[in-house]
Design a protein around this ligand. Structure first.
Ligand code: 13P
Length: 249
C-alpha cells in the first residue's frame, strides 16, 4: 500500500529563531492520522531542525540540491552534504525553481539521478501553468514533465520517488484545484506511470497535491482515491494549521 504523506515546504521563510519557534510548536501538536509528516526548512536550518525533531516522527527534508558531488559550484549543496546532516529526502523540480532558477526537465533528471545514487528519496514536483489549463493542454504538459525527468529510471527506482502535482496557478494564490480536478490529474499521472512501468508500480507511488491546501479544504482533497497527501506551503508555517492538514486524513 502506498503511503499518505503531508510535507511542509517552508520555502525561503523563517530565520533561526523563527525556525526554533515553529519547531517547538510542531512538537506540541498531536497527530491523529497515519500520514508520514515532513518539513522542509531552509538549508541553514536543516541541522538544527534535524536535531530538534530527532525524537519525533517528523522527517526533515531539503528543498533543493545540486547534481554534482562537490566542486566549484558556488552557493550549491550536494546530496552527500544533505545526508551528512541527517536529510534523507529532497524536494526537486518545484515550480519556483523551474520559474526563477531556470531548472529544466533535463537538469532535474540529473538531480534525480544524483539523489537516488545517494540513496535519497525524491519528492518530484511538476504542474501546469494557467495558460496550459485554459488551453486544455495540462495533461500534455504534466506527462512531458514526468517523462523527461523520470522515465529514464528503472522500475525499482520508484520505491524512492514521491510525486507532487502542483498546478502553478494554485500555488500561493488562494485558488485551489477542485478536488475533482486534483483527482482527474492524479488518475492521469497514475495511468501515465502504469503505461510505462505497469500497474503495480503505478499503484505503489504516492502522489501528493500542492497548491493552497488549507485546513478548510484538505479533507475533501485528501478524500480522493488518487490523492495520497499534500505538499503544503503557506499553511505549513503555522503548526496548528499544518497539523489540521496532517490530521485531515
Ligand atoms: P501554497 O500552499 O502556499 O500554495 O504552496 C504550495 C507549494 O508550493 C508547496 O510546495
Amino acid at each position: 500500500m502506498r503511503k499518505n504523506i503531508v510535507a511542509g515546504n517552508w520555502k525561503m521563510n523563517n530565520d533561526l529563531s523563527q525556525t526554533e519557534t515553529l519547531l517547538t510548536s510542531l512538537k506540541n501538536q498531536k497527530q491523529t492520522s497515519n500520514a508520514e509528516v515532513m518539513v522542509a526548512p531552509t538549508f541553514t536550518n536543516l541541522w538544527h531542525a534535524f536535531e530538534a525533531l530527532r525524537e519525533s516522527n517528523v522527517e526533515v527534508v531539503a528543498q533543493n540540491m545540486h547534481f554534482a558531488e562537490n566542486g566549484a559550484y558556488t552557493g550549491e549543496i550536494s546530496a552527500s552534504m544533505l545526508k551528512s546532516v541527517g536529510v534523507q529526502t529532497v524536494i526537486l523540480g518545484h515550480s519556483e525553481r523551474r520559474a526563477y532558477f531556470n531548472e529544466t526537465d533535463e537538469l532535474l533528471a540529473k538531480k534525480v539521478d544524483a539523489a537516488l545514487a545517494n540513496s535519497m528519496r525524491v519528492i518530484f514536483c511538476f504542474g501546469e501553468e494557467l495558460a496550459d489549463r485554459k488551453g486544455d493542454n495540462h495533461e500534455n504538459v504534466v506527462a512531458s514533465q514526468i517523462k523527461n525527468a523520470l522515465f529514464h529510471l528503472d522500475a525499482a527506482a520508484f520505491k524512492n520517488i514521491v510525486l507532487a502535482y502542483e498546478p502553478v496557478w494554485a500555488i500561493g494564490t488562494g485558488e485551489t484545484a477542485s478536488p475533482e480536478q486534483a483527482q482527474d490529474m492524479h488518475a492521469f499521472i497514475r495511468k501515465t506511470l502504469a503505461d510505462k512501468y505497469g500497474n503495480d508500480i503505478a499503484q505503489s507511488v504516492s502522489i501528493l497535491y500542492g497548491g493552497s491546501v488549507k485546513p478548510a479544504n484538505a479533507k475533501e482533497i485528501f478524500s480522493k482515491p488518487d490523492v495520497d497527501g499534500g505538499l503544503i506551503g503557506g499553511a505549513a508555517l503555522k503548526a496548528e494549521d499544518f497539523y489540521a492538514i496532517v490530521n485531515a486524513f
